[in-house]
Design a protein around this ligand. Structure first.
Ligand code: GLU
Length: 294
């Protein structure tokens, strides 16, 4: 094995609001996966979806992570500083015939876009978005907790958007480009992104990029079973020991000794030493994904 091999994880929050319990779980889970094996942990702010960015959210997320003792390696990166990388990836896809401009509106495209304008824009249509051409094969990935999961992209997703009609590059493209450019070896994030992963793997293959290790964490939910998010009114977390202990419990990890009291740094150190990802429970597999056909 080359001696330059490093384990490198990341936390990639969107600055749409302060840290809530669900995003704390994603931050902590990805931190512990990387740090418990001597790896690095990067912080990347995913701020491309400008209409959803909330002023002050980034500063509040960073300050909260620091108070928990979840310190990242290297400088914070922001997707808004990395647009030329996404542009280059789009040009690569276009040159390879794997992406095309599309003039259909969202209504015309429907939920599963069949690629109506793969062969060129219909007369009178202007390019609104750029779409990736999916092929008819299953796109599969291996998750550390769920095993191998596959999706029939052509049937269930269709040709998906890599650059939006209103300008920003889509999350699916940006995340793949960034994880590869930053040398990320493991992607640990919420299970709400399980069914984005086949699209991301298809893009990695098209762009000749490596596929990282994936581990999807269970989602923290409201009492009604909805994912905790700003939209479901999730409360901002307070950087204190009870919240940190609750997040560790949620991840199935051993209870740090009471003698550590409110010392967040010591709790994180204990959690890092005793972390075992195999204790993390899985959520239900989304209906859009399935184990590979035998
Ligand atoms: N920015 C995404 C979010 O906040 C996370 C993306 C990822 O971890 O791949 O939901």
């Amino acid at each position: 094995m080359p001696d330059s091999f490093v384990i490198r994880g990341r936390f990639a929050p969107s600055p749409t609001g302060p840290l809530h319990f669900g995003s704390l779980v994603a931050a902590l889970g990805s931190y512990l996966c990387a740090k418990s094996r001597g790896g690095e942990w990067l912080l990347r702010v995913e701020d491309l979806d400008t209409p959803r960015n909330v002023p002050g959210a980034e500063a509040s997320i960073l300050a909260c992570l620091e108070r928990y003792g979840l310190t990242w390696d290297g400088p914070v990166t922001r997707q808004s500083d990395r647009i030329p990388l996404y542009q280059a990836a789009l040009e690569h896809l276009l040159a390879a015939g794997l992406a095309y401009p599309c003039g259909c509106s969202r209504q015309e495209a429907g939920d599963v876009y069949p690629g109506t304008c793969r062969k060129g824009l219909a007369p009178g249509k202007v390019a609104r978005a750029f779409r990736f051409k999916v092929n008819a094969l299953q796109s599969c990935f291996q998750d550390e907790l769920y095993g191998t999961l596959c999706q029939d992209l052509a049937r269930q997703v269709g040709d998906f958007v890599v650059r939006r009609a209103d300008g920003p590059f889509a999350y699916q493209l940006a995340v793949v480009v960034d994880d590869a450019a930053q040398g990320v070896t493991e992607v640990v994030r919420g299970a709400d992104l399980l069914d984005s992963t086949p699209r991301q793997v298809a893009l990695q293959i098209a762009l000749g990029l490596p596929t990282p290790r994936y581990l999807h964490l269970p989602l923290a939910r409201t009492r009604e079973g909805e994912k905790l998010s700003k939209q479901t009114g999730a409360a901002t977390v307070t950087p204190d020991a009870p919240t940190l202990r609750a997040a560790l419990r949620f991840l199935g990890q051993p209870e740090p000794p009471a003698s550590l009291g409110n010392n967040l740094k010591s709790i994180i150190e204990y959690a890092t030493e005793y972390f075992d990802y195999k204790r993390i429970k899985t959520d239900e597999i989304p209906a859009t994904l399935a184990p590979p056909a035998a």
